[in-house]
Write a protein that binds this ligand. Structure first.
Ligand code: ZN
Length: 462
């Protein structure tokens, strides 16, 4: 039995881990690297294993950095079965199709500009297409139910455990047996923050021999939610007083719904004006809410009712969905009084870059960051205080007020990660999905366990 690491190693994105047991090869996640342009090459590069040799993929959740390379895996010959929860399956479909669309759009941009050469030096091709993403959907097989063990194949049992991170997200507990040897590995996936408004808190993990865990926020504690909501409302009211717009780079899944929930709260308690205009500039968002409505099993019953009742976060008086790109372009002429939410959250792609282009250099506007920004991303450069950034080939001065509010995080913080790890009682702990500095600080707090911080393509006997 063997485990090897092929992504998110001493880094946050590109999650991909391979388990070999009883003659089968099982991948846990197959995510995209997100960050600077150079990563396109890494995404298009080799996996570190033969795609055609993989028998199963177990998917922890539908974020791009966990499912975004699945279409490429299928394109390179993977014909096995992808197993995940039913909500993740629907969300992954949306996320992969959107990613394929963005990749194609990017490739067209490059071709029009005569290009610096994309992945593989090809100026016109994206490394996978919408057709590849559609083909990959055929590989989705059985769906997993939280807390019910599933026989993946002889010698491999998988239990998906609610990770409280996004809709459908799971930690995956593998019980492995081969000849006379048996062991267990628990993959944390991305772990949620407790006390969120829509999702349940992460479930108590089972005891496991080995743990592979994320360390995104392994070095810090989150601010609590209350002050973060106050900060958000203040940012909005102050910006409107100055006559500018509030741009919120955000994912269309989960974070967008949560923010709308808070905005609705702000309006109903009189802290925000009834007339507040909110533009959700994301064609994915309506589809995402429909998916939310179809999966009451992911919520406490009381929360599931919200979507049917008076607290439906999509039932805001001044909420506009802008599906068409012409509608999105029209937002560029709004000079003030609008909250514009658009993806991607790390500003690596998507419509938010147009809104940044039109608002970053205006000192009466504000950019409000509410999520994690990986090193090398445009979001991170702005957060770190860049005076000037390049967007669509144009140098743009950063004059807008920048807010970074971290209490909305969808990730567990250091204390929550430590508590989770200690409940597993693991003898060996592999740290992944974190920047090296955060990982090292986290490792120093771990108690009685053997810690590994794997390098890319490193493997270990289980
Ligand atoms: Zn995630």
């Amino acid at each position: 039995m063997k485990i090897s690491f092929h992504g998110a190693d001493r880094d946050v994105t590109g999650s991909c881990h391979l388990v070999e047991c009883a003659g089968k090869r099982i991948l846990i996640d197959c995510g995209l690297y997100q960050g600077s342009r150079e990563l396109d090459q890494e995404n298009a590069g080799p996996f570190g294993f033969d795609a055609a040799s993989i028998d199963y993929v177990l998917l922890t959740h539908a974020h791009l950095d966990h499912c975004g390379r699945l279409p490429l895996l299928a394109k390179r010959g993977f014909r096995g079965e992808i197993i995940t929860t039913s909500a993740s399956r629907e969300l992954a479909r949306l996320v992969m199709l959107d990613a394929a669309h963005l990749l194609e759009e990017d490739a067209r941009h490059r071709a029009r500009r005569g290009g610096h050469g994309g992945a593989n030096g090809d100026t016109t091709a994206s490394f996978y297409s919408t057709l590849d993403a559609l083909n990959c959907l055929d590989n989705f097989g059985r769906t997993a139910t939280y807390a019910q063990a599933l026989d993946v194949t002889a010698g491999v049992k998988a239990t998906f455990i609610d990770a409280g991170h996004i809709l459908g997200s799971a930690s995956i507990f593998l019980q492995l047996a081969e000849e006379s040897h048996s062991t267990s590995v628990l993959f944390s996936g991305d772990l949620g923050n407790t006390g969120r408004v829509l999702l349940r808190s992460p479930a108590t993990p089972p005891r496991a021999d080995n743990v592979v865990m994320e360390t995104t926020y392994g070095d810090r504690l989150h601010k609590s939610l209350g002050p973060s909501i106050d900060e958000l409302f203040e940012a909005i009211t102050e910006t409107f007083k100055r006559g500018g717009n509030v741009i919120i780079p955000t994912f269309a899944l989960e974070r967008a719904q949560e923010l709308l929930y808070f905005l609705k709260q702000g309006i109903s308690t009189g802290r925000l004006a009834e007339s507040t205009q909110v533009f959700l500039d994301s064609p994915m968002a309506i589809s995402a809410t429909e998916i939310f409505r179809r999966h009451p099993e992911c919520f406490e019953p009381a929360t599931a009712k919200l979507f049917q009742g008076s607290h439906d976060p999509f039932d805001l008086p001044g909420l506009h969905f802008t599906r068409e790109s012409a509608e999105s372009v029209a937002l560029n002429s709004i000079r003030g009084g609008a909250i514009i939410m658009a993806g991607s959250g790390m500003c690596t792609g998507g419509r938010v870059r147009h809104h940044l282009q039109h608002n970053l250099d205006r000192d009466n506007s504000a950019i409000v960051f509410v999520g994690y920004a990986a090193a090398g991303t445009l979001a991170r450069r702005i957060i770190d205080g860049a005076k000037q950034v390049r967007i669509f080939g144009e140098e743009i001065a950063v004059r807008a007020r920048i807010y970074t509010i971290n209490g909305f995080s969808a990730h567990a913080d250091q204390a929550e990660l430590l508590a989770w790890q200690s409940q597993t009682g693991a003898k060996r702990t592999f740290l992944v999905h974190g920047e090296q500095d955060s990982m090292t600080k986290f490792a120093a707090h771990l108690g009685d366990t053997h810690v590994e911080m794997p390098m890319q393509n490193q493997s270990f006997e289980l």
